[in-house]
Design a protein around this ligand. Sequence first.
Ligand code: KIV
Ligand code: ZN
Length: 401
Amino acid sequence: MTETNHISRVETARPNSESVVIFDTTLRDGEQSPGATMYLEDKLQVADVLDAMGVDIIEAGFPIASVGDFEAVSAIAERAKNAVIAGLARAIEADIARCGEAVRKARRPRIHTFVSTSPIHLQHQMNKSEEQVLEIIARTVAQARNLVDDVEWSAMDATRTPIEYLCRCVEAAIRAGATTINLPDTVGYALPSEYEAMFRTIRERVPDADKAIFSVHCHDDLGLAVANSLAGVAGGARQIECTINGLGERAGNAALEEVVMALRVRGDAMPYHSAIDSTMLTRASKLVSAVSSSPVQYNKAIVGRNAFAHESGIHQDGMLKNAQTYEIMTPASVGVSKTSLVMGKHSGRHAFKDKLRELGYELGENALHDAFVRFKDLADRKKIVYDEDLIALVDDEIVHA
Ligand code: KIV
Ligand code: ZN
């Protein structure tokens, strides 16, 4: 790793980098986050933004779950201009039929069907044997393929499934016509090295593995969802399932904005690119946060309020000299207008002077010194010193000078 690759607003894929498809499940897995239920109008707005920003596949909902979900998936299917529209279905005949109906009007419809494969799920949740599950996979994937050409099959709890059995399940799904194979880390249990190895092994051992695209779907229970997603890509996956702001079940899913920017900023080390217009990430984040009533933490990577804010004097000084000293991508590249140098007790004289100039004040050396002392005193008492505080402080300084 040498010099930082400072990512600017206009981006082109690096030569020789392979493309990775982005599958957004904000409207399905994201909505499964407690309290994140969205209204139809909100979902349409989110889908429009996802479609416009270049998301390849939008998972619009779980049509059998409710009439509202069915209607949302159908409406999104009808209006999407570019993206593939997917609906989720359990490995149950009625689910798949309902899903097929919901995505029917999409220009590019997909049925995403799943079944659990891990021993703990087979025993405690499904009460089925391994052979029974293999038969279910073959039958339900074939049913979905009779309805649409694009069928994704997911092995729920793949990362806690013995690899030999997982290979047999994947083989059955590909033979029945699945075009995408998703191997989720449903409970956020895997480590990156394990997740990467799982993809390598499956792709080596399963006959006809190259007929399908492999997909990652990671949950964040150990805070590893993004790292695991990138590891899965290193292991051969070429689809990343993710959500805006990492919204999703429990600790959430891999955050779309993080995987997209990781690939973009570190394309030198990971030669893969997505088609996402990253300048729309902040807008998408704000919209999803508002309609799902899910605030974004201040220090959230890429889209958090503090992602491009600097308070320490050393950092502010560096930023004023060269933005690459403390930022690895430009704010503009993710749709933020500019870096903010926040005035607080850690701020230095250089940033203070620069801020005053921005507010229209050019103070002489002595006045600047006095104002800076008073600012530090104020900053010790106040968490954030706003522009108005500075204006009041400097005006006062000028009056009393
Ligand atoms: O986490 C999971 O396993 C899922 C599947 C339905 C793909 O969300
Ligand atoms: Zn999930």
